[in-house]
Design a protein around this ligand. Structure first.
Ligand code: NAP
Length: 541
């Protein structure tokens, strides 16, 4: 596959960073367009998110059959999903199966942590440096590094003093971890913690949950997929993918055309009840079309969900602690659950409200809060990620005139279509900031990203163009469009990783929208328009 291999530095048409869902497909497509490609992957296996996040309870929030790749009929024919919302072990097996099926790992270099990517202006190539000293050159650099791939553990005093095991959920040990008879402390109550807590509560002797901010959670309603149902799903794959492509965020759920405020209270309640009892994200993104844009409409849904929490948590005071008061339902990522609230009715479970008794330090035996010490055998940090910017800031990307991407994006990302950024020629950012993939049933948007980038690269290879960069004006227009699309959504009024806010990182307190929320159909149309218009907004030389 190698284009030209000098003894010192091998050279490829494309270097892809990351062997998760996007990196694997980019490798497959690179082969299809006849361009040599190498993937650099930091893990020991393929899978990305599903390789790293192997904590008990990790599973899709997307319907499994809407998450798998759609590009290969063979894959669709031979893979049977076992559950409506498949769990991490099966998800990883699926991606391993994809890799084996197409012999992808032949072109993946594992345990390769990319540290630096430098654009060589003399020959319009990227030079990519790996931590172990390996270097590689390429004409095109494609980042497939995800947006939730850099785990973040806050800097608690005394963390190294704890004598038991402790780890972040996204760095879960590969060996089995049991909770049986153990005292377990979990810090965090985001989507990850909500999944994990339900598993830990089943067997632990004592589970203590440290909550700084409650989140609005909704029932997942997972169930097995029997073979007859799988056969039916298989016969409908074309429709399922078509439906996803036409929905706002690539899911099988799309918003109800009615507005919450224009129907009667009874009609409104009926839809809320129906969605609360239905599987998946319908309650969030398949709801009345004004609930994520209009505060009054959102309040009706928020009140409904609050009432559900009150009904499910036996202790009324505890229920109130689990109900967010600083943001409405759905204005942050909604964690999905299967009995999360009932966990708090168990005798072995304790909620510590960190607003009342903050963590002071980690001790040799556990966690010291302002009122008392909680002793543990195991501490889990479910404290999230340095989202969106973290993966990009972890690599020293140097573009034209030696400028770094970190410098360029210091005040927030600036991109064109969320796929490229001016001053960093011949580089494409799959699932990059300001890309529709960031608010999407990921694989659906990833396939769009990869196919668009691959068609472009194929055309560039067949011409004598050596360098493709972004026009600053096109970048300004896209960045403005991203912000405009966001402003009408209630997400933009709430602190969250969607808005680039992270209380654990100094200087990350100002809101700047990281995602593109103009919807997948609009995004696809805009990308296609750019391509049809001879890649308007790109400068080629
Ligand atoms: P997260 O949503 O950022 O949650 C992190 C949690 O840790 C929050 O409750 C946060 O509290 C808490 N925390 C952080 N620093 C803390 C500190 N210093 N002291 C006390 N608490 C602290 O991260 P996540 O749960 O890992 O989820 C991140 C994203 O991953 C999700 O939004 C979702 O997009 C994705 N995800 C997807 C799936 C799936 O598809 N099935 C599953 C899990 C996650 P504050 O809110 O107060 O900061």
């Amino acid at each position: 596959m190698k284009e030209d291999e000098s003894p010192e530095i091998p050279s490829y048409g494309i270097v892809i960073i990351g062997a998760g869902v996007s990196g694997l497909y980019q490798l497959y497509k690179s082969r299809e367009i006849g361009v040599s490609a190498l993937v650099l992957e930091s893990g020991t296996d393929v899978g990305g998110t599903w390789y790293w996040n192997r904590y008990p309870g990790a599973r899709f929030d997307s319907e499994s059959y809407s998450y798998g790749y759609s590009f290969s009929q063979e894959l669709l024919d031979e893979w049977d999903w076992q559950e409506r919302f498949s769990a991490q072990p099966e998800n990883l097996r699926y991606l391993q199966h994809v890799s084996n099926r197409f012999s992808l790992s032949e072109d993946i270099r594992f345990e390769s942590i990319v540290t630096e990517c430098i654009f060589d202006e003399t020959c319009d190539e990227w030079e990519v440096h790996v931590e172990d000293g390996f270097r590689v050159r390429c004409r095109f650099l494609v980042t497939a590094i995800g947006i939730l791939s850099k785990p973040l553990i806050p800097d608690f005093e005394g963390m190294d003093d704890f004598k038991g095991p402790s780890f972040h959920t996204a760095r879960w040990p590969h060996d089995e971890v049991t909770f049986e008879g153990k005292r377990v402390g979990v810090i965090g109550t985001g989507a990850t913690a909500v999944q994990l807590i339900q598993e830990v509560a089943k067997t632990s002797k004592q589970l203590t949950i440290f909550q700084r901010s409650p989140n609005w959670c909704a029932p997942l309603h997972n169930s097995p997929i029997e073979s007859t149902e799988m056969a039916d799903i298989r016969s409908r794959y074309d429709d399922i993918f078509e439906r996803c492509r036409n929905s706002f965020s690539g899911f099988i759920h799309d918003s109800d055309r009615r507005r919450a405020l224009e129907v009667s209270p009874e009609e409104r309640e009926a839809l809320y009840e129906e969605l609360y009892a239905s599987p998946g994200f319908g309650i969030w993104i398949g709801n009345f079309r004004d609930v994520l844009v209009d505060e009054q409409a959102n309040a009706t849904l928020t009140d409904f969900i609050a009432q559900k929490i009150r009904e499910r948590v036996a202790d009324p005071k505890l229920a109130e602690k689990l109900i967010p008061t600083d943001h409405g339902f759905g204005t942050r990522r909604v964690p999905m659950e299967s009995g999360y609230y009932e966990v708090y009715n168990q005798e072995n479970v304790l909620l510590v409200d960190l607003n009342e008794t903050p963590i002071e330090k980690i001790t040799t035996d556990g966690i010291q809060c302002s009122d008392r010490e909680h002793p543990f055998d195991l501490i889990v940090y479910a404290t999230g990620f340095d989202a969106v910017m973290g993966p990009y800031n972890s690599i020293n990307f140097r573009g034209l005139n030696g400028r770094t991407l970190a410098e360029k994006w210091e005040a927030g990302p600036r991109t064109y279509l969320g796929l490229a950024t001016a001053g960093f020629p011949n580089m494409f950012t799959l699932v990059g900031p300001h890309n529709a993939s960031t608010f999407c049933n990921m694989p659906r948007c990833i396939e769009q990203n990869v196919e668009w980038v691959s068609t472009f690269i194929e055309q560039l290879f067949s011409s004598d163009i050596r360098r493709v960069d972004v026009e600053f004006e096109a970048e300004d227009d896209w960045t403005e469009h991203v912000h405009e699309s966001a402003e009408r959504m209630l997400f933009s009024k709430v602190d969250s990783w969607f808005m680039g806010v992270n209380k654990n990182i100094a200087g990350r307190d100002a809101r700047t929208f990281m995602l593109y929320v103009g919807g997948l159909p609009r995004y696809t149309e805009l990308c296609d328009e750019v391509a049809r218009d001879s890649y308007r907004g790109f400068v080629m030389s």
